[in-house]
Design a protein around this ligand. Structure first.
Ligand SMILES: Nc1ncnc2c1ncn2[C@@H]1O[C@H](COP(=O)(O)OP(=O)(O)OP(=O)(O)O)[C@@H](O)[C@H]1O
Ligand SMILES: Cc1cn([C@H]2C[C@H](O)[C@@H](COP(=O)(O)O)O2)c(=O)[nH]c1=O
Length: 213
């Protein structure tokens, strides 16, 4: 019988603190003896990182919304079969920076394609492999974007430079997903200090891990 690991995804608008907090969480869990794989979407493996470069390239201003949605789903499929599923089958904890809910919020809701349509193409890509737990780093988009803009060294990608109205729709999309998947998605107030956010996320994840152990 296949050994089953635990699949965690982090979600939220730009600059919410997902990467920073989940890296700290992953390292904390590793120190405690858990076998953890940290990865990201779009990307995480060579083919998907190449797709990421195509999607996020600032020069690709002509990219059609459905093309964008399909590219995210293609990157997701390859990353899933090449990295996520093997790690889960080995019983590891997988922490993935963004997963299907990004497509539902950004392409389904904010781009206006429709959540059910995006769900359908993603079902084709991922089958039944869904995260066991998703942390939504909820933040007012202007605050998240200000955090990013405070660091001039970070190059702005094609999604970063979308309008504030677009990012506000992304947030609305995420909040509607909390209502749609209340068991799976845990909303955390990401406007709090880094220490407070980490503490809350750690508490949620430890509670889950203790249940499955
Ligand atoms: N709770 C916090 N309070 C203040 N600043 C924070 C907090 N969490 C993270 N930051 C800072 O905000 C910036 C963005 O954080 P991070 O890259 O982790 O966000 P992100 O959600 O992964 O963003 P993106 O999805 O756009 O890549 C970083 O400079 C980080 O140090
Ligand atoms: C997986 C996924 C991502 N996006 C968007 C969200 C961000 O703007 C970028 C990724 O950049 P990050 O610095 O790694 O957060 O891509 C999306 O629109 N749809 C998706 O499915």
């Amino acid at each position: 019988m296949k050994k089953k690991g635990y699949f965690i995804s982090s979600e939220g608008p730009e600059g919410a603190g997902k990467t920073t907090v989940m890296n700290l969480l992953g390292n904390k869990l590793i120190e405690e003896g858990y076998d953890v794989v940290m990865t990201r979407e779009p990307g995480g493996i060579m083919i998907s990182e190449k797709i990421r470069n195509i999607i996020l390239d600032n020069k690709h201003t002509m990219m059609d919304s459905r093309t964008e949605a399909l590219l995210y789903a293609a990157a997701r499929r390859q990353h899933l079969v090449e990295k996520v599923q093997p790690a889960l089958e080995e019983g590891k904890i997988v922490i993935c920076d963004r997963f299907i809910d990004s497509s539902l919020a950004y392409q389904g809701y904010a781009r206006g394609i429709g959540v059910e349509e995006i769900l359908a193409i993603n079902k084709f890509a991922i089958g039944s492999t869904m995260p066991d737990k998703t942390i939504l780093f909820d933040i007012e988009p202007s605050v998240g974007l200000a955090r990013i803009n405070a660091h001039d060294d970070r190059e702005k990608n094609r999604l970063d430079v979308e309008s504030l109205a677009f990012h506000q729709k992304v947030r609305e999309g995420y909040l509607s997903l909390v209502d749609k998947y209340p068991e799976r998605i845990e909303r955390v107030d990401a406007s709090l200090s880094l220490e407070e956010v980490l503490k809350k996320v750690y508490k949620v994840i430890k509670r889950e891990l203790e249940v499955i152990r």
